[in-house]
Each structure stands twice: as C-alpha cells, then as structure tokens.
Design a protein around this ligand. Structure first.
Ligand code: HEM
Ligand code: HEM
Length: 167
C-alpha cells in the first residue's frame, strides 16, 4: 500500500489490529440475533423490540468496525508498514500484499453491504454480505493465521512480535 517503510507498526496500528480482530470475530461468530431478525422480516412475521435490540448489537459493532477501518486505513497510508522479512519468497510477499489489501476492502465492503441490507432493505447486498463476503473473510483469516504460523515456526522470523511488541 504505502511506499514508506518504517521499522515497526506503531502502537495505534497494533491496538487497532487486535481491537478489530475482537470485533470482527464477534460479528462473524455471534450473528444469530441479526440472522433471526432477517428471517422474521423476510417471512413477514412480527418483530419484537427484543429482536431489534439483538440485531442492533450486530449493526452497531459492525458500524464501529467501519469507523475503525477508516482510522486504520489513514494510519496505514500515513505511517506505512514495515518491509516483509527477507526470508519470505517474493511470490509469498506478493500474496501477503494482496491478502492484506483484500482485508482492507472487506473492512469497508462488509459493513457497507450490511448497512445497505439492514437500513435500506437492499436484499442483494444482504446476499453478498452473508454469502461470498463472509466466506472470503473466513478464508482470508484462515490463510492469515496459517501464514503467521509458517513465518513463526518454519522461517523463524518472529513475525508475531511485529504485531504485539512492535519489534
Ligand atoms: C465487519 C463487520 C461485519 C461482519 C463481520 C458481519 C458478519 C455477519 C455474518 C457472519 C452474518 C450471518 C450471515 C449468515 O451466515 O447467514 C451477517 C448477517 C447480516 N449482517 Fe452483518 N456483519 C458485519 C457488519 C454489519 C453491519 C454494519 C450491518 C448493518 C448495520 C450488518 C447487517 C447484517 C444483516 C442485515 C445480515 C443478514 C443478511 C442476510 O443474510 O441477508 N452487518 N453479518
Ligand atoms: C479478524 C482477524 C484478523 C484480521 C482481519 C487481520 C488483519 C491484518 C492485516 C490487514 C494486517 C496487515 C497490517 C495492517 O495493515 O494492519 C495484519 C498483520 C498481521 N496480523 Fe493480522 N488479522 C487478523 C487476525 C490475526 C491473528 C489471529 C493473528 C495471530 C495469529 C494475526 C497476526 C498478524 C501479524 C503478526 C501481522 C503482521 C504481519 C507483518 O509483520 O507484516 N492477525 N493482520
């Protein structure tokens, strides 16, 4: 993304990574309230205030993710990211760039498609949100965690500490 290559991720960048990890994990795993609301509305069944409250938790967490994504993108563009470890083959370095770029796209596409479905009743956006975008998110997270493990244990590059201690 940014050309400038600092020595480490800044503290705000690291805090945002782990805060967003928790919030995204929450919305990916605990989406039952929103799914229930969606089923009721689709079938024209009555929706109670409790149903709306449960759905709103998903919506508000998702909107928080959208706001944090804006801040994270701004930091990434102004502060950059440290260069990939030299042990990493060029092709995988490119794969990491693409995967990180796709994460940033999802940080915006996921909440915006949810907003379109929930507040504006755009059902195709709901399909994208709960179908292909959700699947892509899970696939990227699995690949991301696997890649961190390969760095850590195979190339022994201690990459995890770049996102924890910042060195
Ligand atoms: C990064 C943030 C978000 C994540 C990770 C996320 C994740 C999910 C997941 C896992 C589902 C269940 C899909 C399924 O298995 O059927 C879902 C459904 C849904 N979410 Fe989100 N969500 C996010 C943000 C939002 C926001 C901000 C809103 C609205 C304000 C929203 C509205 C909805 C709606 C309406 C559905 C039902 C869609 C359908 O199946 O037609 N989501 N979301
Ligand atoms: C919702 C789950 C996650 C998302 C969306 C995510 C997203 C990202 C993104 C976009 C980056 C690129 C740096 C940036 O611009 O912020 C990154 C870096 C990183 N992530 Fe994650 N991440 C997730 C979970 C995890 C987990 C569970 C681990 C630990 C096993 C982890 C470890 C790392 C590390 C070590 C880096 C630094 C890579 C480097 O030095 O270039 N991430 N993550």
């Amino acid at each position: 993304m940014a050309q400038y290559s600092p020595d480490a991720f800044s503290l705000p960048q690291r805090l945002l990574h782990w805060l967003m990890f928790l919030l995204i994990g929450f919305n990916l795993i605990f989406s039952d309230g929103m799914e229930h609301w969606n089923r009721l509305v689709r079938h024209g069944e009555p929706v109670t205030p409790e149903d709306v409250s449960a759905a709103n938790i998903h919506a508000y967490v998702g909107i928080a993710i959208l706001c944090l994504a804006g801040l994270r993108l701004l930091l990434r563009l102004t502060q950059g990211a440290p260069a990939a470890p030299p042990q990493e083959p060029a092709l995988l370095r490119l794969a990491a760039k693409l995967a990180h770029g796709a994460f940033y796209l999802l940080f915006f596409a996921m909440p915006l498609s949810g907003i379109a479905a929930y507040y504006f009743g755009v059902s195709q956006a709901g399909f994208l949100h709960g179908g292909p975008l959700k699947a892509l998110f899970w696939a990227l997270i699995a690949a991301h965690v696997a890649a961190v493990a390969v760095h850590q244990f195979y190339w022994k590059t201690a990459v995890l500490s770049r996102m924890t201690k910042g060195v």
